[in-house]
Design a binder for this molecule. Sequence first.
Ligand code: ACO
Length: 333
Amino acid sequence: MNLMQDIIARAKSDKQRIVLPEGTEKRTLFAADRLIADEVANLILVGNPSEIKSLSNQYNLPHIKNATIIDPVNHEKKTEYAELLAGLRKSKGMTIKEAENIVENPLYLGCLMIKNGDADGEIAGAQNTTGDVLRPALQIIKTAPGISVVSGAFLMFIQDKSYGKDGILVFADCAVMPNPNAKELAEIAVATARTTQAIVGVEPKVAMLSFSTKGSAQHALADKVIEATRIAKELAPDLLIDGELQADAALVPSVGTSKAPGSPVAGKANVLVFPNLECGNIAYKLVQRLGNAEAIGPVLQGMAAPVNDLSRGCSVEDIYKMVAICANQAMKK
Ligand code: ACO
């Protein structure tokens, strides 16, 4: 079995309740129909029930009738969720009147369902921007205990199987934190290593990337990565983490040996941690497009419950896989 088949099989073995706030979006409906037919998760679609019914008839999606459908404007827990939201955002000055309006937004509703124990995870972003998907999750679900930073990892399935674990590498942060400081970057590294252990099931070898390898360049930006490496090792002494490394020193055995002799990571990294979001986001898209790699994610890490974002260019297949990954994360909780 390959990794994705393993993830789907695990999801089927303990079905989680996954909420899809974009319940009238075409690719979401096609993915939902297949997920229900394959019994990967118990799906909750948010949207106008008659619109969902008519779309599923139009697209010939017979399994959608087995999803739970929640009308964001009119459902039995609307007042309960508004009170929950107003309570959570009281210190920010939110009134119950404001909360009553906000709970009609499916992206807020999905997070409130999770917070209230009515769902186990959420996937959105086929229609909405990353910021709009993340903001309610950060405000309502918040970070897991002991973690201060949410970040986004991509599972990269590279054509050349000599890299990473049979061609699988994990890249982060590619989605959330525009400019992490050293402490935040260290937390991102540790969270990405944990995601790698949990989802890919291999020992992470974490490269903290820079334009410098072991002091080859002197610059404040390289210093940030050196400091992040030091903090990450302190936070997780059990993990193999090394930096600062250039990408070739991290990935290519001969370059790793010559530029960073004795490193437990150089030349064999399977986790690449980028110094900021510009690098991470650009890098994953270049590897995906120019290197023909499959990119699955972002898998959000550090949240108290799993909420995952899609790219607006996502396919039906991407949504299907992200629901299975989200279900795996929910099971781990
Ligand atoms: N980790 C944990 N908490 C966070 C984080 C984070 N990384 N970022 C923000 N927060 C918290 C804040 O503390 C705040 O909490 P509070 O309201 O309870 O005090 C809350 O989240 C909202 O924070 P704001 O700063 O008000 O929200 P902002 O509008 O800055 O949004 C966001 C945060 C959405 C993550 C923003 O940083 C962002 O847009 N990041 C880039 C996302 C993006 O565009 N990615 C690239 C595309 S993704 C792709 O290509 C797949």
